[in-house]
Design a protein around this ligand. Structure first.
Ligand code: ATP
Length: 503
């Protein structure tokens, strides 16, 4: 698993997907740039989300709010007072950690111990091994698993000020050491606000303090009435948005999983008070279907329902994905009640209500939110798609089995040789295709090497032009995943690409 993660990171760089930001200056911690292939993949994920959420739902519309917002927004939303992560420093090494992540990682190690025992037994008993029975009867495995559950339960998910002492006590009791230095000399746990501050205005005396938005949601809440009135929207309806968000994360590890500048894809769905839990279940299902539709493997997803809820929520779940470092949050689905709209009413003095013609009643709607990190989705797609395959002839190939609809290039057009009019015919084909698809031309190296290169960068189809093509106007299509090859008329290429890579 660790190797897979390293491979994903180096593959992402080698094939122009992701670079460290300002790399020539040794990079900026937890900030990344998307390269020529990465920008396309990211755009395709965003489009796939937008089409599914906005285009396919008559009652959902999209907006694009500004990153900079009036500073009172963040007082109303609670971010000034409560958008904190628990921070702990190591007194010896001066290294800093998120206290809850330290405990969670410890619990994860205990889980790994249990899994190792299971793996050992599986090897020993072979075919006869029954995992369920083994877990039920093996005391040590049971102890590991229940210890882990207990730790996670005691840690909870959302930590208040009072909880911080408990977390520190938990770190001491579990005898957790600094993972980098082994030292156990910790400071107290304290809250650290994650918002990035900035200034509006030129002179320092008159400039006012602003924040870079830590989530896109508030841009939707403050525009609730604008959209509802101008779009004549009737409840239930949704407002969707994609855009950058910024968080000064304490520990930014794990590549693009936790970044300081990242992109969110969020949708707030406004419903009648009292109907929110029905819609919450509905959106859990819809979002799960969206994920499954990409074919990354249903076993790679699971729900994690929250027991301990944030102050604004009355139900919440994470859709977790099996990243190369284990199951972690990919998307959050929250029933946010009327907390945000009410708070903005209070702070702005403006009414944020809906007149329900059926109920003949004015009310502040309740909100179900679906919130997914575009970069995390990118990492999920990339890590589930990267495969090292053994071929029948004993050789191996690296192939990026991206869902075809998300692939940066849908096809590569390749002249078999660089002469005899083949490059010209290939270019002619590209001239036709380029209006509908992102296609690539490649004439360098032997055809086998070019296929491998396209496999590794994730192109679903290769179209090869050979000498016969000049006579019969037919080309060879090669499929990335099966490596199957088929002869088709030039006139049908477009149809084949559409079928293979369409929405
Ligand atoms: P975490 O517990 O991992 O810090 P969160 O619960 O704070 O995440 P939310 O505030 O619910 O996350 O944000 C919604 C989504 O935005 C997350 O599910 C995740 O996909 C994405 N996200 C949040 N923080 C980051 C980050 N620092 N880098 C990349 N994506 C992020």
């Amino acid at each position: 698993q660790e190797d897979l993660f390293k491979n994903v990171i180096s593959h992402a760089k080698e094939y122009g997907y992701i670079f460290a930001s300002s790399e020539i200056y040794d990079g900026l911690s937890a900030v990344y740039d998307y390269g020529q292939n990465g920008a396309e993949l990211k755009k395709n994920i965003r489009d796939y989300w937008w089409k599914s959420m906005v285009q396919l739902h008559q009652e959902i519309v999209g907006i694009d709010a500004a990153i900079l917002m009036h500073p009172t927004t963040w007082k109303a939303s609670g971010h000034v007072d409560a958008f904190n992560d628990p921070l702990i420093d190591n007194k010896d090494s001066k290294k800093r950690y998120r206290a809850d992540v330290l405990v969670e990682d410890h619990a994860e190690k205990i889980l790994q111990k249990a899994q190792k025992e299971i793996e050992k037994a599986r090897k020993r008993f072979g075919e006869a091994f029954d995992e369920e029975q083994f877990v039920n009867t093996n005391e040590r495995v049971q102890r590991y698993l229940s210890e882990r559950t207990e730790i996670l339960e005691r840690l909870g998910r959302s930590l208040t000020n009072e909880d911080l002492k408990d977390v520190k006590a938990l770190i001491e009791e579990l005898d957790i050491a600094d993972p980098e230095t082994g030292s156990r000399n910790w400071t107290e746990v304290r809250q650290f606000n994650l918002m990035f501050g900035t200034k509006l205005g030129a002179s320092s005396e008159t400039a006012s303090n602003l924040y870079l938005r830590p989530e896109t949601a508030q841009g939707i809440f403050v525009n609730f009435s604008n959209v509802q009135k101008t779009g004549r929207m009737k409840i239930p309806f949704g407002i969707a948005q994609t855009g950058k968000a910024f968080r000064n994360e304490i520990v930014a590890r794990q590549f693009i999983f936790r970044m300081r500048e990242f992109e969110q894809m969020e949708m707030q769905y406004f419903v009648r008070p009292g109907e929110e839990l029905k819609w919450y279940e509905h959106w859990k299902e819809v979002r799960q279907k969206w994920h499954f539709s990409l074919g990354l493997g249903e076993e790679n997803y699971r729900f994690h329902d929250h027991d301990k809820l944030a102050h604004y929520a009355n139900a919440a779940t994470d859709i977790e994905f099996n990243f190369p470092f284990g199951f972690k949050e990919l998307e959050g689905i929250h029933s946010r009640t009327d907390f945000d709209l009410k708070a903005h009413e209070e702070f702005s003095g403006r009414k944020l209500r809906f007149y329900d013609p059926e109920l003949k009643e004015n009310y502040v709607p309740y909100v179900i939110e679906t919130s997914i990190g575009l970069d995390r989705m990118f990492l999920a797609v990339l890590s589930a798609s990267l495969k090292e395959e053994e071929l029948e002839d004993g050789s191996s190939r690296t192939v990026l089995k991206l869902p075809a609809i998300l692939a940066p290039y849908k096809a590569a057009v390749l002249p078999l040789v660089k002469k005899d009019g083949l490059p010209e015919l290939a270019q002619e084909i590209i001239e036709e295709l380029k209006w509908d698809f992102n296609v690539q031309y490649d004439e360098k190296d032997a055809i086998g090497r070019r296929y491998r290169r396209q496999d590794a960068s994730g192109t679903p189809l290769c179209i090869t032009v050979d000498h016969d093509s000049l006579e019969d106007r037919m080309v060879t299509v090669r499929y990335r995943d099966t490596m199957e090859q088929k002869r088709i008329p030039i006139a049908e290429i477009s149809k084949v690409i559409s079928e293979e890579t369409g929405f």
